[in-house]
Ligand binder design. Sequence first.
Ligand code: GRG
Length: 294
Amino acid sequence: MIDIDQYLKEKQAIVNQVIKSYLPQSGPPVIREAMCYSLEAGGKRLRPILTLAVADTIGFENNSVLDVACAIEMIHTYSLIHDDLPAMDDSDLRRGKPSCHRVYGDAMAILAGDGLLTLAFEVLARFGYRENNADKALRITAELAAASGVNGMIGGQVLDLEAEGNKLTLSELNDLSARKTGALLKASVLCGGIAADASSEQLEVLDVYATKLGTAFQIVDDLLDWESTAEDLGKPTGADQIRYKPTYPSVLGPEKAREYAEMLYEQAVVSIEGLNRSTNILEELAKRLIFRKK
Ligand code: GRG
């Protein structure tokens, strides 16, 4: 049995160290500072840890997968910076600290997000130069660009903005969540598999695991916004209700939403038996994601 607390701590430390080393060493100081501010504001690093955990599960021992993991965290952080802007969710607090635009202003926060998104793809391209990784890098780049783009996270954000004040069916909410949150989470898992030379059968299994986990993760995010305090979460809570956003607890009720998340978690855990590897890390990670308190 793996000590998941220890595993998370070790992987967080590695991601934090490596991601910092990729930050530009030249260019206008203010933009570099704003990018660093948001990257170092203390996120959980769930997505890069999922990438690394998949590679560990497949049995791939090569540090180059860290490039992929860090690129994914950069894309995630960019999305949070832009999501907090006044034109979007207008949120003053992120990761327990004033959001990027509250410290650096709207223009610099937009550019810091753009800077992180661009840097992510530079890191991926450079990963392609290393150790004959070119084919993998192309597949991973395509996967991440699609997951972040109009049919993935950006499209999900559009649906989310349009949903304010409207009623959604469960199936519409599932579609929104699969794009806004699920796509990048799924890509974190699949890119770990691609970087680790997983077989196509293993990638299919990982796809099912990540799809279930992505929806369950969003349900829990909605439940935390519904039930927790800003102090607990490090970001404002109750915002979804204030903005009349349809969420899992508002559509299903909090109890049914929790049951739905737990059912998806159980299905995710069963699905990865198909990997034919020891899947303890991925099981424990799924448990952490679903039973988390922030
Ligand atoms: C602006 C293109 C664009 C997209 C924004 C990420 C996103 C899409 C919106 C954030 C709003 C939100 C609450 C989404 C739900 C799930 C989510 C992405 C939560 C934040 O992820 P965590 O909990 O955050 O992994 P940390 O800070 O730990 O990295």
